[in-house]
Ligand binder design. Structure first.
Ligand SMILES: [Zn+2]
Length: 352
């Protein structure tokens, strides 16, 4: 697959495309740099951590928990809404859990929702800012995971975690009405004190799994403290995304910049709905002169040869364009397509 000659891209979109390339190059460099830390972390904490989250560009769970790049497996969709009735999702999740089981590893599935304590309108557009509905949705999906694998030998433990986006702090629910809000924790909490909290909150989860969750929570307390001390402006908490992306599950791990992209996962069979909602968020933040990219990407590596994934890339690009034509034709002059292949091992991006 030939790399695209980016000098042919219209001048008004070129700075955004160059920004994408820079973001990718920076990530790949940092990902390489963190490789030792990543390997050490996996050896020390073998439980695989899956994060189900909203496509909202502000939700960067790995930064919020200070985990090494590549440590978490992210699943994204509108509102963090998922359903085990989606064939692709069920297959991907079962494949992952089976592989972990063969390796003798357990798995923690963190099902998230998000909200803002300062202004309800900075909450989740996917749930029309209804926090209770977001929690109910997350609880339902958690139950679906539990029910689906209950009779099977896999060690998968789902939990519901809220993300408060003003201070980027986590709130853990145990499903029995009790929760543990990390925003209220003493910043000097020790590892052992945190672990005791977890043991009490999740009596039904093995200690070894909770021990692997503990560093994420300690990371979140450190992170939240930095956010509090930084006094960041409100504007950075509101939507400013300039890219709508769709495509393969691991095709966007590199896109790790706050408030840059709205990323639609591939698993929802009705993909038009999250794409339309992403365009709606862009439209709300639109002003004359604002340009944005719509991106479709797939990762390749192993059995996924570029020629096999390229049809997906073309397909998602077409679907985004068709959805824009149908619901937001006024945005068409301000959007530009980027199609990309991503190396699954290095995360290096190739615009094609
Ligand atoms: Zn959301």
């Amino acid at each position: 697959m030939q790399r695209k000659d980016i000098s042919k891209i219209p001048a008004e979109f070129l700075p955004l495309v160059k920004q994408v390339i820079t973001i990718n190059q920076d990530y790949c460099r940092e990902f390489r740099r963190q490789a030792q830390r990543l390997n050490a972390e996996i050896l020390k904490h073998p439980t695989k951590i899956l994060v189900f989250k909203c496509m909202d560009g502000r939700i960067l769970f790995s930064s919020f928990t200070e985990t090494p790049l590549g440590y978490l497996r992210n699943f994204r969709n509108l509102g963090g809404q998922f359903n085990m009735g989606w064939k692709g999702l069920k297959e991907a999740l079962t494949g992952t859990v089976q592989k972990l089981h063969d390796e003798g590893r357990g798995c923690l599935a963190i099902v998230t929702y998000h909200y803002s304590k300062g202004d309800i309108k900075r909450g989740c557009a996917g749930y029309k800012y209804d926090v209770k509905a977001s929690i109910d949705g997350a609880m339902q999906f958690k139950k679906q995971i539990k029910d689906a694998y209950r009779e099977l030998p896999y060690h998968i433990f789902p939990i519901v975690v809220g993300i408060e986006t003003d201070e980027e702090s986590l709130k853990l629910h145990n499903g029995n009405g009790e929760f543990f809000d990390l925003a209220t924790v003493d910043p000097d909490i020790t590892d052992d004190e945190m672990f005791d909290k977890l043991l009490a909150l999740y009596e039904y989860i093995p200690g070894s799994v909770l021990a692997d969750l503990n560093p994420l929570l300690m990371g979140n307390v450190r992170h939240t403290n930095k956010i509090k001390l930084s006094n960041r402006p409100i504007a950075e908490m509101e939507h400013g995304e300039w890219l709508v992306g769709a495509g393969g599950a691991t095709a966007y791990e590199w896109l790790h910049v706050p408030n840059a992209a709205l990323l639609v996962g591939q698993y929802n069979p009705n993909i038009e709905r999250p794409i339309a909602e992403a365009l709606h968020v862009i439209k709300n933040g639109w002003h004359p002169g604002k340009k944005f990219l719509y991106m479709s990407a797939a990762s390749y590596g192993g059995n996924n040869h570029p020629s096999l994934v390229m049809p997906e890339v073309r397909y998602y690009s077409r679907i985004i364009h068709e959805t824009a034509e149908k619901f937001f034709p006024e945005l068409l002059p301000d959007m530009y397509p980027v199609r990309a292949l991503v190396d699954a091992y290095t995360q290096e991006l190739k615009i094609v």
